[in-house]
Design a protein. Structure first.
Length: 273
């Protein structure tokens, strides 16, 4: 099994720039092209929130036109820049978004690793929460198949990253209860998140949690106390979660074309000049 993850596209309409700099919709087509060119082709793509910048119908329609170019299924999560009801309406061809109720939470059952998609959104707020109802839903899902390998996906990471301005809008409620629940299920192979526009790994609840880079702009790596809220146009990226030898390997990958590949060996010998 090979699952790709992209996150935080912040799609605006053509010609519109986020923060007066980034034409975000220009960055998604190269990501789609890169994913479609992978060999083997991923079994699916997790899209872990902040799909659009304002949650507007036109933005979602523009996003859908681009995502429909993927050669594999995609699984959407809402982020703090999204609008749940409009997201579900705009992607009315996706059954998993039409059967969720108030929270956009669901499972994907037809892969070797079970995908559990968890909603952390607080309407009209930037931070995230896991309320008792969402935690109860997760507890019920985990109890259904306690031995089957599972991957949990969510937008807000459940830990402090050290990037202070992002931690102020992180998962501000429910993280401790979530970690306690996760620790009871060693079958949880990975927790994957968005929101940070960077690759970060951390041990959490007896498993590994990670955040995913953006296909567009990245949050500046600044670990100073009271570091400014800023972004940088570092190379766009994504993650590949590979079920291999009974465990998940996660690879950070880049979007776009770069020189190579170049061989290390020629005629059976190491190339040394």
């Amino acid at each position: 099994m090979l699952i790709a993850q992209i996150s935080d596209m912040h799609i605006r309409m053509p010609g519109q720039k986020a923060y007066r700099v980034v034409e975000t919709d220009r960055y998604l087509p190269p990501a789609v092209q890169t994913l479609n060119a992978l060999d083997p082709l991923p079994d699916g793509v997790i899209v872990s929130g902040d799909l659009t910048d304002f949650g507007r119908p036109a933005e979602y329609a523009h996003l859908r036109r681009m995502l429909d170019g993927l050669r594999m299924p995609y699984y959407l999560l809402a982020g703090n820049h999204d609008e749940r009801a409009q997201l579900a309406r705009s992607f009315d061809h996706l059954p998993y978004l039409q059967e969720t109720g108030e929270f956009l939470q669901y499972t994907v059952e037809d892969l070797p690793v079970r995908l559990i998609m968890l909603d952390t959104v607080v309407p009209e707020a930037s931070h995230g929460e896991l309320c008792e109802r969402r935690l109860a839903w997760l507890a019920d899902r985990l109890a259904e198949q306690p031995a089957r390998p599972a991957l949990l996906a969510m937008h807000h990471p459940p830990f402090a990253t050290g990037i202070e301005h992002m931690d102020k809008i992180g998962l501000l409620r429910g993280a401790q209860a979530f970690e306690t629940l996760v620790a009871r299920y060693p079958n949880i192979e990975r927790i994957v998140c968005g929101h940070l526009h960077r690759t970060i790994w951390r041990r959490f609840g007896g498993t590994v949690v990670s955040t995913c880079p953006s296909p567009a702009h990245q949050v500046v790596l600044d670990l100073r106390p009271q570091g400014p809220s800023a972004f940088v146009m570092e190379p766009p990226g994504f993650h590949l979660h590979h079920w291999c030898d009974g465990a998940l390997n996660t690879h950070h990958a880049y979007i776009g074309g770069y020189p190579g590949p170049y061989p290390f060996h020629e005629d059976g010998a190491l190339i040394d000049e």
